[in-house]
Design a protein around this ligand. Structure first.
Ligand code: SAM
Length: 238
């Protein structure tokens, strides 16, 4: 199973590097910062190709084994990650269902009905439609979660107050953890640890605050994932 689809629309759009970016990356290599800037990926600005590769393999590890449960995403927006998840589910001919949770109220630069955008994106990509759970997490989860969860992506940051965001992520973790089955995976978008990741921009510091607090009395450990200029991490349920 190849994963070149991750670089092409609608999953990504990796273009050849411009001479300007090659120049900037030469500078970054000189400074030994350990990462470079990829060409702007216009169709997938919510994640990097490195992150998509991480999603593909971690979800693949769950789909290839006997991990029980469905696939969920808390914070799906227009479905960039969600389409990748559904594509992986179908490539693996898995019978797992994708459940998506979002208020669909945050617009970023998009205008109009975000939920309709997501459905349209899935249709254009000729993917089976996911189960949508519209509303604030506080209203939809844990009640509307599947009984068992094999793979979860928490991606509910949109700037704003870090303590408020921490509370939301903590609420998500507390809701999903009891339903995560042994060996299941939870990926946390924007988990940034300067010690692990080096120099970077911590766009949603509430994620690490919530995750560290949540895991401190649990057997699971957080594992960083290389995501180039974006950051994320995961834990696997013991
Ligand atoms: C960064 S976006 C998600 C990006 C998405 N994973 C993708 O691949 O395009 C964050 C999303 O979280 C949602 N969100 C944040 N807090 C929420 C809450 N308390 N309840 C429901 N949705 C929430 C926002 O509506 C927004 O769509």
């Amino acid at each position: 199973m190849d994963n070149y689809f991750l670089t092409k629309p609608p999953y990504g759009n990796i273009k050849a590097s411009s001479s300007f970016l090659r120049f900037v990356n030469k500078g970054l290599r000189f400074l030994k910062l350990g990462y470079n800037i990829a060409p702007i990926d216009t169709s997938a600005d919510m994640n990097t190709v490195e992150q998509r590769i991480n999603y593909f393999h971690l979800l693949g590890s769950v789909l290839n084994s006997e991990i029980q449960g469905d696939v969920i995403e808390l914070g799906c927006f227009t479905g960039q990650c969600a389409m990748l998840f559904q594509k992986a589910i179908q490539l693996h001919q898995s019978d797992k269902t994708l459940h998506l949770y979002d208020s669909f109220e945050v617009k970023f630069k998009e205008k109009g009905d975000i939920q309709a955008f997501l459905i349209d994106n899935f249709k254009k990509a000729q993917l089976d439609l996911p189960v949508l759970h519209k509303g604030y997490f506080q209203d939809t989860i844990p009640g509307q979660l599947p009984e068992q969860i094999a793979f979860a992506h928490i991606d509910c940051g949109f700037g704003g107050d870090k303590m408020q965001h921490k509370d939301i992520v903590l609420y998500c973790l507390n809701s999903i953890y009891p339903r995560m089955t042994k060996g299941s995976v939870c990926i946390l978008m924007d988990y940034y640890d300067p010690e692990m990741n080096g120099i970077g921009i911590d766009i949603n510091p509430g994620v690490k605050l919530a995750c560290d607090e949540f895991l401190k009395d649990k057997p699971e450990k957080i594992n960083g994932l290389y995501g180039n200029q974006y950051f994320h991490a995961y834990f696997r349920k013991a």
